[in-house]
Design a protein around this ligand. Structure first.
Ligand SMILES: [Zn+2]
Length: 352
C-alpha cells in the first residue's frame, strides 16, 4: 500500500493526513504486483528473528514503489511474490501491520475468502474488554483496531446504526468504566455505533450433552458476528485469545457456574456447538502481554473462522514451551495458514 498526493504525485510508504506541499489528503494506492528486485540471505539469528535462514527481499510494484519484506521462501530476482486466499473454515490468515491497520484488515479478510455485507446487514463486534486500562497495557482489544474494523465494515457497505460493539462485565467493574478507559466509548461515539451491554440483553437456553448454556439472544439476530479478541499469553490459561473471549456471549451466572464445574476447554468444545455458525474471528496482536504482564510490540493480525486454530497458531508464533490443554489436540501442521508464514513472524515471547 502506498499513499500518493493526487496533485504533486509524491509517494509515501506510510499514511499521512496531508501532503506537506499541497495540503491535500493523499490517496491510498494498492500494489497489485510485487516483483523481487533484491534478495539477501540472513543466517545469523537475532531475538526478534530466531528462525534462520530467512530472506530479506526488496520488492517493487508496478508503479516503481519499493519496500523490504521478510520471507522464509527463497525467491530469485525477477520472480513475483503473491499470496493465495483460502476459503476453508479451518484456515488462519496472518498479516503484519506495517503502518496502516486498515490495509492489514482488508488483506486478512480477503485472504480468508472475503465477507459479504449489505446496508441491511446486522453486525455485532465482540472486542476483549476485561479491565479499565489504557490501550498500551494490552489488556483489552486495541481501540485503533476496533475503530479500523468498524470503518472497514462501513466502507464495505454496512450502516453504522446496524453495528453494535458488545461487552459484558464478569466482575464488579461496571462495563461502562472499562469501555471509557479503554477508549472504546470514544471509538463508538466517533463512528456513531452503539455500545451494547450484553448483561442487559435476553438470554436463551441452549443444551449440549449435559452442559446448559445461557447465550445472549442478540447473537441469533445478527447477520455477521465478529469476535475481535486481543491475543495474549496468560500465566494460567497459556493463551488468552479467541476462545476465551467468546465466553462473554454467555450469561454471567451461567458462565461462573460452568467455570466452577468444568475446565475452559470442556466448556468451549460444548458452547461451540450451540453458537451460531460462521463467527469470524479477527485476532489482534499489536501489543501482546507476556506472562509477567509486560508487553511486546508484535503488530500483526490474524483472521479465521476456527477459534481454536487461531489460538494454536498464535501459541506457535510465540513459541510457547508448553501448550494449554485445549490446544494440545490441534496439530499445527493440519491448519492451513495463509498470508505470512508462521516462521516469518515467529519468536520466543518469553525470552524477548
Ligand atoms: Zn502534494
Amino acid at each position: 500500500m502506498f499513499y500518493q498526493c493526487p496533485k504533486c504525485k509524491t509517494c509515501w510508504q506510510h499514511p499521512i493526513s496531508k501532503c506537506p506541499n499541497c495540503f491535500v489528503q493523499p490517496e491510498r494506492i494498492r500494489s497489485n504486483k510485487a516483483k523481487v528486485i533484491g534478495v539477501s540471505r540472513v543466517i545469523i539469528p537475532t531475538l526478534t528473528h530466531p528462525i534462520v535462514p530467512y530472506f530479506a527481499l526488496v520488492l517493487e510494484d508496478e508503479r516503481g514503489n519499493r519496500w523490504a519484506q521478510k520471507s522464509v521462501k527463497e525467491y530469485k530476482v525477477g520472480e513475483e511474490v503473491s499470496f493465495d486466499s483460502e476459503s476453508s473454515p479451518e484456515a488462519v490468515a496472518i498479516w503484519r501491520v506495517k503502518y496502516d491497520i486498515l490495509e492489514a484488515i482488508e488483506k486478512i479478510v480477503e485472504l480468508i475468502g472475503g465477507i459479504k455485507i449489505n446496508q441491511n446487514s446486522k453486525i455485532i463486534i465482540l472486542p476483549t474488554l476485561i479491565f479499565p486500562a489504557h490501550p498500551y497495557l494490552g489488556e483489552n482489544t486495541n481501540p485503533q483496531v476496533l475503530d479500523t474494523v468498524i470503518k472497514f465494515l462501513i466502507q464495505k457497505g454496512a450502516k453504522a446504526e446496524n453495528i453494535k460493539v458488545a461487552g459484558q462485565s464478569f466482575d464488579e467493574i461496571p462495563i461502562e468504566v472499562s469501555a471509557k478507559k479503554s477508549q472504546f466509548l470514544q471509538v463508538c461515539t466517533e463512528n456513531k455505533v452503539g455500545l451494547l451491554d450484553l448483561a442487559k440483553t435476553k438470554f436463551v437456553k441452549k443444551t449440549a450433552d449435559s452442559f446448559n448454556f445461557e447465550i445472549s439472544a442478540e447473537l441469533y439476530e445478527q447477520d455477521i458476528i465478529i469476535n475481535l479478541p486481543t491475543l495474549n499469553i496468560h500465566p494460567k490459561l497459556g493463551v488468552s485469545g479467541a476462545t476465551e473471549n467468546i465466553f462473554k456471549f454467555l450469561n454471567k451466572r451461567s458462565y461462573l457456574a460452568l467455570k466452577y464445574l468444568f475446565a475452559s476447554e470442556q466448556i468451549f468444545s460444548k458452547i461451540n456447538e450451540s453458537l451460531p455458525e460462521n463467527i469470524l474471528t479477527v485476532g489482534e496482536a499489536m501489543n501482546v502481554q507476556k506472562k509477567n504482564k509486560f508487553t511486546v510490540l508484535l503488530s500483526f493480525v490474524l483472521a479465521g473462522y476456527n477459534m481454536v486454530n487461531m489460538d494454536r497458531v498464535f501459541a506457535e508464533i510465540c513459541m510457547l514451551d508448553s501448550l494449554p490443554e485445549y490446544l494440545k489436540k490441534t496439530k499445527i501442521e493440519n491448519i492451513p495458514v495463509i498470508g505470512r508464514k508462521i516462521k516469518e513472524v515467529q519468536f520466543n515471547i518469553e525470552t524477548i
